[in-house]
Design a protein around this ligand. Structure first.
Ligand code: ARG
Length: 458
């Protein structure tokens, strides 16, 4: 007979490689605290319902505490042949306390156990991610305040478009991270239903109290359908989706930091501690951290796609395929948290080259729209104003000069409605200051938004 916890009907032992291939303990051991918490709640419920004596319950609770300490002291030997965290802990419990340990699995299956553990684990990790999101938002808000009136070129198509304030640009990311937080919160709230009691798939013939276990574990209530309870993994998909979107946001910021720290932009200099050099080119300082954050996005998106693909053809209820779910979400959350952390720590030490930003903002005819707007104020319809300004830009390009250098004659040759004093003081400062409505780029609006974010992020 096989000595597995499920070995009764087996006559030959498992192939050794299959044992390794089958095991998930290297990944799911991270859920040991949740597995033990679930077992405590289940044991208390079995006791209340008359399925465990008081002595048995006391022995189980004590044994579980000791196992938790063993694990936390690094003394617990997780065994591959016991497949997963659930059977490792259960076997150790029986080793320690004897017969009572064997009763713990009454009215329970690893199928409801694993998804209970995963929900508890992800609920906790969602809170960690949330805190990291807030921490990065706070760093960005501080920087936005310091750079409420730092002017840089705003881009569309990566071509100079209009001047914007750096503060406004950074607050765009604060908005994205806020929505990311909302998605993580939504996922955490929706997953907060307790599968315990669904057992293998159909529920159990024992008189269990599902409300009790749900409440003890801090769930909003028990899952209402046992088949759904053990086969649903959309709580993982949802969190992976939220993580993938957040990672995409960080990746876009990473890309900008990489561009901005290049010699061609020279808008910023990243702190040395977050960069590396080249083994051959002595002058190099490479933006490795933003590059890694951008790179890890691939793996996080991959985790989402992998898990969607794993789930798409599965019949109800539990299938072993689903064991692959944890690797994907665990590594996605590790990478996302790491990325959030590295950015929150790196950005405050980043040097902003205001002068280079301001100079770049003034180039590329970034105030051309302001000139068109002036023509409109003089009564020219916008479409015509657009055309007149376009001609002015073309003339400037031809003569290698700026809009402010256009002479009276130049203006007259372009259009009778274009006057020299319209091109005179088209400053980038005036351009950003003018965009002073809710959501606009003016320093005043940035300061308002900073105040409002400070309150919201308290
Ligand atoms: N290690 C398994 C997993 O992560 C636990 C559930 C196993 N259930 C089963 N019937 N084989 O999915």
């Amino acid at each position: 007979m096989s000595d597995k916890p499920w070995g009764g009907r087996f006559s030959t032992p498992m192939d050794q490689f299959v044992e390794e291939f089958n095991a998930s303990v290297d990944v799911d051991r991270r859920m040991y605290a949740e597995d033990i918490a679930g077992s405590r709640a289940h044991a208390r419920m079995l006791n209340k319902q008359g399925m465990l004596s008081n002595d048995e319950l006391a022995a189980i609770l004590k044994g579980l505490d000791e196992i938790q300490e063993e694990i936390e002291r690094g003394e617990f030997a997780f065994l591959t042949e016991l497949e997963d965290v659930h059977m490792n802990i259960e076997r150790r419990l029986t080793e320690r306390i004897g017969e009572a340990g064997k009763k713990l699995h009454t009215a329970r299956s690893r199928n409801d156990q694993v998804t209970t553990d995963t929900r508890l684990f992800l609920r906790r990790r969602s809170e960690d991610v949330r805190q990291r999101l807030v921490a990065l938002q706070q760093v960005l808000v501080d920087l936005a305040e310091a750079h409420a009136d730092t002017i840089m070129p705003g881009f569309t198509h990566l071509q100079t478009a209009q001047p914007v304030t750096l503060g406004h640009h950074l607050l765009a990311y604060v908005e994205m991270l806020e929505r990311d937080k909302g998605r993580v919160d939504d996922a955490a709230a929706r997953m907060n239903q307790c599968p315990l009691g669904a057992a293998a798939l159909a529920g159990t013939g024992f008189a269990i109290d599902r409300d009790m276990t749900a409440e003890e574990l801090g769930f909003d209530g028990p899952c209402a359908n046992s088949l759904d309870a053990v086969s649903d993994r959309d709580f993982i998909l949802e969190l992976l989706g939220a993580a993938a979107i957040a990672a995409v946001h960080l990746s876009r910021l990473a890309e900008e930091l990489i561009l901005w720290s290049s010699a061609q932009f020279a808008f910023i200099e990243l702190p040395d501690a977050y960069c590396t050099g080249s083994s051959i080119m002595p002058q190099k300082k490479n933006p490795d951290m933003p590059e890694l954050v951008r790179g890890k996005t691939g793996g996080i998106i991959g985790g989402l796609v992998a898990t969607l693909t794993t789930m798409k053809g599965l019949p109800l209820a539990y299938n072993k395929d689903m064991q692959e779910d944890k690797r994907a979400i665990f590594s996605a959350l590790d990478d996302l948290e790491g990325s959030l952390r590295v950015f929150a720590e790196m950005l405050p030490g980043t040097t902003i080259n205001k002068q280079a930003m301001q100079q770049a903002a003034a180039g590329g005819f970034s105030t051309a729209t302001d000139l068109a707007d002036r023509l409109v104020r003089g009564g020219v319809p916008f479409r015509e104003a657009h055309k007149i300004t376009g001609k002015a830009v073309a003339l400037c390009l031809q003569e290698s000069k700026g809009l402010a250098d256009l002479t009276d004659d130049d203006c007259a040759s372009i259009d009778a409605r274009l006057a020299k004093d319209m091109v005179r003081d088209l400053s980038v400062e005036a351009s950003v200051a003018a965009r002073n409505h809710f959501g606009g780029t003016s320093p005043e609006q940035v300061k308002c938004q900073v105040t409002s974010w400070r309150q919201r992020l308290e």
